[in-house]
Design a protein around this ligand. Structure first.
Ligand code: ASP
Length: 360
C-alpha cells in the first residue's frame, strides 16, 4: 500500500507559524500554527478565484450579505454566482471549458447547516447559475440531487433562462484540444492549415486538461454555517462525467455542530476519499481546520495506488486543494502540492493566503 511521504508532511507542518511541537491536535493548550487557527466569529473562505485582483468578488459579496443579515446559504450562492457569470473564469459557469463534445456541463451543490439540507445539480446544460439551481433543489424539493435533462427542466420551471454556455474563447480552446488529440486524425492544427490560425486565445493551448472550481463556505457570528461548490468540471471530460463538486460529502459538506469543508482539484480523488465529509469529521475529533485538510489529503495520498496517478516519488501527481471552516470561525486550507492560494474574508479584510502543502 502506498504511504505518503511523511517527511514532506512534517516539512509542511514546520513551515507554519509555530514549530512542529503541536501535532497533538486535541490538546486544549495546542499552540497556534496557522493564521486561521486563531480567528473567531464570522468568516467566509473560498478557493483563490473567490477574490479578484480589484478586491471584489465572491467572498466580499458573501460577507456583505452576511453583514446584512442574510442566511449563509444565500450568501455563498450569491458569492459564487459572480464567478459563474465571469466569462474569464474557464472553470466555472458561463465561459467554462466544455466536455469532449464541446458542450458545457455544470455541477454544483450547496448545503445549509441549520437544516442539514443539501441541494445539488450535475451535468446541467444551457443554464449558467448552477449553484442557484442547486439552492432551489434544496429549498423547493424533497430531493437532494437532480441531473442532466431533469436538472435543466427543473431550472426552467424555476424561472432560469436557457442560453448557449460556450463562449467563443472556450470554443477555440476546445477546438485546439480536439485538433491536438490524435496526430493521425483529420483535424488540422494551426501549423498544418492553409488558413491563418484563429485569434490568440488566452487559454494556454499547451495545457490539454484543466481543473478549476469555486468552493465557498461561510459562518455567521452565531455559528450558522453553509457551503457551496460550483464548477464546469474537468475540461474535455467524457459527456456525462460528474465530478466531486455536486457530491455531498466529497465536494462540500456541512455539519452545523462542527464546521464546513470543500474541495477543488481532481474530483475523482475527492469522491473516492469522501474529502469534505472527512475534514468535518476530523474537525469534530479536535483537529484544527488546516490539520483536518492535511489529514484528508494524507488519506487521498494513501488511497492513490494507480501508477499513472503517482509521480516518481510515489506521491499523487494531481492537484487537490481542501478548505475548512469551523463553527467558531477558525479556518484553514491545504493542498496536495505547493503553489496554491485560497481566499478569506475574516469580517474585516479580504485577502489571499498561501495554502500549506502535504508534499512541500
Ligand atoms: N473538482 C472539479 C471536478 O473534478 C474540478 C476542479 O475543481 O478543478 O469536476
Amino acid at each position: 500500500m502506498h504511504r505518503p511521504n511523511r517527511r514532506g508532511f512534517l516539512a509542511a507542518m514546520s513551515g507554519a507559524v509555530i514549530g512542529p511541537g503541536a501535532l497533538a491536535s486535541t490538546s486544549p493548550a495546542r499552540s497556534v500554527r496557522y493564521p486561521g487557527d486563531e480567528h473567531r466569529g464570522k468568516c467566509v473562505i473560498a478557493s483563490a478565484n473567490g477574490l479578484w485582483k480589484d478586491g471584489t468578488g465572491c467572498i466580499v459579496q458573501a460577507m456583505q450579505l452576511i453583514d446584512e443579515g442574510a442566511d449563509p446559504a444565500d450568501a455563498v450562492v450569491a458569492g459564487v454566482t459572480l464567478v459563474e457569470n465571469n466569462p474569464d473564469d474557464h472553470s466555472v459557469g458561463y465561459g467554462g471549458l466544455p466536455n469532449e463534445d464541446g458542450v458545457v456541463q455544470l455541477d454544483a451543490s450547496v448545503m445549509h447547516g441549520p437544516t442539514h439540507k443539501a441541494g445539488s445539480v450535475a451535468a446541467l446544460e444551457n443554464i449558467r447559475s448552477a449553484a442557484a439551481v442547486a439552492l432551489k433543489v434544496l429549498k423547493h424539493t424533497d430531493h437532494v440531487m437532480l441531473v442532466g435533462d431533469g436538472a435543466r427542466r427543473f431550472a426552467l420551471r424555476m424561472g432560469f433562462k436557457e442560453e448557449d454556455m460556450l463562449t467563443e474563447e472556450a470554443r477555440q480552446a476546445w477546438l485546439k484540444w480536439k485538433r491536438n488529440l490524435n496526430p493521425k486524425d483529420d483535424w488540422l492544427d494551426d501549423d498544418q492549415s492553409d488558413f491563418p490560425p484563429p485569434a490568440h486565445s488566452r487559454i494556454d493551448p499547451d495545457i490539454p486538461f484543466t481543473y478549476g472550481t469555486i468552493n465557498c463556505s461561510a459562518v455567521t457570528d452565531d455559528g450558522t454555517l453553509a457551503s457551496c461548490t460550483t464548477t464546469s468540471g474537468l475540461s474535455y471530460k467524457i459527456p456525462g462525467r460528474v465530478g466531486d463538486s455536486p457530491i455531498v460529502g466529497a465536494g462540500m459538506y456541512v455539519d452545523n455542530e462542527i464546521g464546513a469543508a470543500g474541495a477543488t482539484g481532481r474530483g475523482e480523488a475527492a469522491i473516492q476519499s469522501c474529502c469534505a465529509y472527512e475534514i468535518v469529521r476530523a474537525m469534530g475529533e479536535g483537529k484544527s481546520p488546516t490539520e483536518a485538510c492535511l489529514h484528508a489529503l494524507e488519506r487521498v495520498a494513501d488511497h492513490t495506488r494507480q501508477k499513472r496517478l503517482l509521480n516518481d516519488k510515489g506521491q499523487p501527481n494531481f492537484g487537490l486543494v481542501l478548505y475548512a471552516l469551523r463553527k467558531d470561525g477558525a479556518y484553514g486550507c491545504a493542498s496536495m502540492h505547493p503553489g496554491y492560494r485560497y481566499a478569506v474574508h475574516d469580517g474585516v479584510t479580504a485577502r489571499h493566503l498561501n495554502a500549506p502543502a502535504l508534499f512541500e
